[in-house]
Ligand binder design. Structure first.
Ligand SMILES: [Ca+2]
Ligand SMILES: [Ca+2]
Ligand SMILES: [Ca+2]
Length: 129
């Protein structure tokens, strides 16, 4: 048994093979392992992704798909403020069907100037690193 463990550990070190794999890492504890979580550092058990770019709503304020959150995204957000436009809503936070409001603005303000993600399902794409 010790020999098997030693061989597995050596294989892991030398060739990157997984050694006696345990449960996959779930950094945000939302039930989705990081590699399959569309917002790997924010708990989003519903995995909502309104614009379908594999970057979960709770870490995706990049509505213009440029790879960063800036004034163009603010324009999209502003147009949707007060509406029920789910393109710019973070439906897991405030509930689907509610209007875009100040709670969303708070989220957007924090995301402004940053980049979307990280997502475990996009493998480093520009849209969602
Ligand atoms: Ca997770
Ligand atoms: Ca998550
Ligand atoms: Ca998205």
């Amino acid at each position: 048994m010790k020999r098997t463990l030693l061989v597995a550990t050596l294989a892991s070190l030398l060739w990157g093979m997984p050694a006696l794999a345990g449960p996959a890492l779930d950094s945000d504890l939302d039930g989705f392992a990081d590699f399959e979580d569309n917002c790997s550092l924010v708990a989003n058990p519903a995995q909502d992704d309104t614009d379908g770019d594999d970057c979960g709503n709770l870490c995706d304020a990049d509505y213009t798909q440029t790879g960063s959150v800036g004034f163009g995204d603010f324009g999209s957000f502003s147009v949707s403020f007060g509406t029920t436009n789910e393109l710019t809503m973070h439906v897991e936070t405030i509930g689907g069907g509610r209007s875009v409001g100040f709670g969303d603005f708070g989220y957007f303000a924090v995301a402004f100037g940053g980049i979307p993600g990280p997502s475990g399902t996009t493998a480093g794409t520009t849209a969602c690193p």
